[in-house]
Design a protein around this ligand. Structure first.
Ligand code: ADP
Ligand code: MG
Length: 704
């Protein structure tokens, strides 16, 4: 197997696996129930681990031993206590169990490499956590693919669309736990993500939670003696209420799905412990009323994406629906009515990402296999100058490969196709060789060029000639945030220098030269610190996650590092989000290389409240300072920020004891966007200097 060929959608709610073979995709079915996907749910009971449908069934009755939606905590330091095993499990471990289960569907096939999809908004840490789950499940090679790209690949390849000119599409992905909206450019042969927005804490599960809070709880309260039921359900104080919460959540989800096809749905509630026995009816209208605000949250991101890219809805050719939540008729109607864009529903929105992942895997060469080739005895390349020219994408059944050789070369050449279906045999070489090679349909064809000397001894080979036939390919995946270098200024403050901008296409590479701003003496404990952070270059407050950090101490030097000496910094981000930093100080002949794949960060509700409080104080002070200037427009904006920060701050305080829902993460997500808006606001005012200086998270960077 030359290409990776296996694609996996590791979803928040449901996961699936598919294989690419000879231009076709087959989804590995779950042998139990023969479904395309399994719930991403793990349960632990009496020493048995169950994954998928069975585990989900237990979520209503045995909630404390059942774990779901852990993808939303990927990359966080949160752990789940497994009573049955008396140990903690991380989101990575739980995800690797789901992956293991998927691999079992491939019965007997040995799968070493896979493409795993991630939301477009996953940052470096979340991406690396996903890769780690893949390795823990036994894969040796994981390539990540952003979900909206996968969905587009599924649409463009499966529907055999004939696209003759540039078109723009929106991929509206409302799944179980995350919402993503991506703007895609598609032409005859490739796809490119222009821009995207997303919220990792907006999904179907939030509709279920609202369903319980806003519909079921009031109905129960009306019929029984219960009061403050919602607070009791989510507090860690009372196990009976917690149990009821999970039962209601399960039933709410079932009712929600029923309401996509029926006008009403019924829920039976029976709790002996709490003496509640009820049968309640819910109408589609009631449901639509409560989900309106969640739809608006998603639609706001759609509008913002369009506006930020200076487009109108009329510039978009179609909207592709992805994710189970898009089955909801209200969402389809609203999207259609408010955008007037064709809403595409031809493919199953719950399997599009799996299919797209497999298409991508089918065009992606496995480096594992290249590694095996590398391990073969090495042929000396003899510094022969060879230029190979060909079209990497083709719709034809054959393509031309042109090889330009240096004048002095006198020998033979041979071109082979990796599957063995084509071989030129040994032919006399000339200065310019032109060879038509046949292509297998809807796949990536891999060719190798060999050169031999007059004695027919191999002197050169190039196995990297790839021509993809018929499939849409992607022009690259964009990074969701800026990646910056944190630098010290002589004033003692630090600032961010952008290394890679949001939406730059992976893989990325850049060299930056700096001069040292002060002396670092050998054998001293003074340090040169290189800190690479991910976030928004303008607003580092609270969003500056360190993703790569190198400290070089004077004690390691054999010579002094003097002010003014050059430092060469090379940064690389691989397609699968490994960050490598190479530091080279020529004056000291010192070279340090490190690869980072951070996969954990901490979200603390106390830290969140503090950060929000600090921002609120800054805004209040700005309001006081600005009031005499009578700049009413600016003041009004400040007051709006003050209001949203106050709401957020109160929410953070109120949720200190919420041990059950994902509120903390939702607040973190809102905090990030509020802080981004604040920076834009402050950006027009000199006051932002103070904002930036309070935003500083680390100190003592010794070079600029
Ligand atoms: P993910 O990508 O997060 O794994 P999916 O795309 O599989 O999620 O979507 C799962 C979500 O879709 C769940 O919240 C589920 O309740 C919801 N869902 C599935 N089918 C329907 C339906 N017919 N109507 C409404 N919601 C649905
Ligand atoms: Mg999904």
């Amino acid at each position: 197997m030359k290409n990776i060929n296996i694609g996996i959608d590791l979803g928040t709610t449901n996961s699936g696996i598919a294989k690419y073979e000879n231009g076709k995709i087959s989804i590995y079915k779950n042998p139990v129930g023969f479904k395309d996907t399994i719930p991403s749910v793990v349960s632990f009971r009496k020493g048995r681990i169950q994954i998928g449908e069975k585990a989900r069934e237990h979520s209503a009755t045995n909630a404390e031993n059942v774990f779901s939606s852990f993808k939303r905590k990927m990359g966080s330091d949160e752990v789940y206590y497994i009573k049955d095993l008396d140990k903690n499990c991380s989101p990575i471990e739980l995800s690797s169990m789901v992956l293991n289960e998927l691999v079992n569907f491939a019965q007997g096939e040995s799968l070493k490499s896979a493409v795993i999809t991630i939301p477009a908004s996953f940052d470096t840490i979340q991406s690396n956590a996903t890769k780690k789950a893949g390795y823990q499940a036994g894969f040796e090679e994981i390539v990540l693919l952003q979900e909206p790209i996968a969905a587009c690949l599924a649409y463009s390849n499966s529907l055999n669309l004939e696209i003759t000119s540039d078109k723009k599409w929106l991929v509206y992905d409302f799944g179980g736990g995350t919402f993503d909206i991506a703007l895609i450019n598609i032409n005859e042969r490739d796809l490119k993500v222009y821009d995207h927005k997303g919220n990792n804490f907006l999904g179907g599960v939030d509709l279920d939670t609202l369903f319980v809070e806003k519909i079921i709880c009031p109905k129960i309260e009306k019929e029984t003696h219960e009061s403050n039921l919602w607070e009791k359900l989510i507090s860690k104080e009372n196990a009976a209420y917690n149990k009821l919460f999970f039962e209601l959540l399960y039933k709410a989800e079932e009712a929600k799905k029923e309401l996509s096809i029926k006008e009403t749905s019924n829920i039976e509630i029976d709790s002996d412990e709490l003496s509640i026995s009820l049968d309640i009816e819910i109408s589609r209208k009631e449901f639509e009323t409560i989900i309106q605000s969640k739809f608006e949250e998603s639609f706001h991101l759609v509008e913002k994406l369009i506006k930020d890219n200076h487009l109108n809805f009329s510039d978009i050719e179609r909207i592709i629906l992805v994710g189970g939540t898009t089955y909801i008729p209200y969402i389809r109607q609203q999207l259609q009515q408010r955008t007037q864009i064709q809403v595409e529903t031809t493919l199953d929105p719950t399997t599009a990402v799996i299919i797209g992942a497999a298409y991508y895997a089918g065009s992606k060469p496995s480096e594992l296999i290249e590694q095996e080739i590398l391990n073969e005895p090495k042929i000396e390349q003899n510094n022969i100058q060879v230029e190979t020219i060909y079209e990497p994408h083709s719709k034809d059944s054959e393509e031309l490969i042109v090889i330009l050789l240096e004048e002095s070369f006198d020998g033979y050449y041979r071109i082979t196709r990796a599957d063995g279906g084509f071989d030129t045999g040994l032919l006399k070489a000339s200065k310019k060789i032109a060879e038509f090679v046949p292509l297998l349909e809807k796949t990536t064809n891999q060719f190798t060029l060999f050169l031999y000397d007059q004695q027919q001894k191999q002197v050169f080979s190039n196995a990297n000639i790839q021509i993809t036939n018929g499939l849409y390919s992607i022009l690259g995946q964009p990074i969701p945030n800026d990646i910056c270098l944190e630098l010290d200024e002589e004033t003692g403050k630090s600032h961010m220098e952008i290394i890679f901008k949001k939406n730059d296409i992976l893989p990325l590479k850049k060299t930056i030269y700096k001069t040292c701003s002060k002396n670092i003496l050998k054998n001293s404990d003074q340090k040169l610190i290189i800190n690479v952070v991910e976030g928004n270059a303008g607003s580092m407050v609270g969003s500056n996650l360190s993703i790569g950090y190198i400290e070089i101490c004077g004690s390691n030097f054999e010579q002094d590092l003097l002010k003014g000496m050059d430092i060469e910094l090379n940064f690389k981000v691989s397609e699968s989000r490994d960050l490598s930093i190479d530091v080279y100080i020529s004056a000291l002949d010192l070279e340090i290389s490190e690869v980072f794949n951070p996969h954990q960060r901490k979200i603390s509700i106390d830290k969140l409240s503090l950060e929000i409080k600090n921002a609120l104080d800054t805004v209040l002070e700005e309001i006081r300072n600005e009031e005499p200037n009578e700049n009413y427009e600016y003041l009004a904006k400040l007051k709006r920020s003050q209001e949203s920060l106050t709401v957020l701050y109160n929410e953070a305080l109120e949720n200190k004891n919420d041990a059950i829902t994902d509120k903390k993460y939702q607040i973190d997500e809102l905090k990030k966007s509020t802080f981004r808006n604040l920076t834009i606001l402050f950006g027009t005012n000199t006051y932002c200097q103070r904002w930036k200086s309070t935003a500083k998270s680390r100190t003592a960077f010794t070079f600029i």
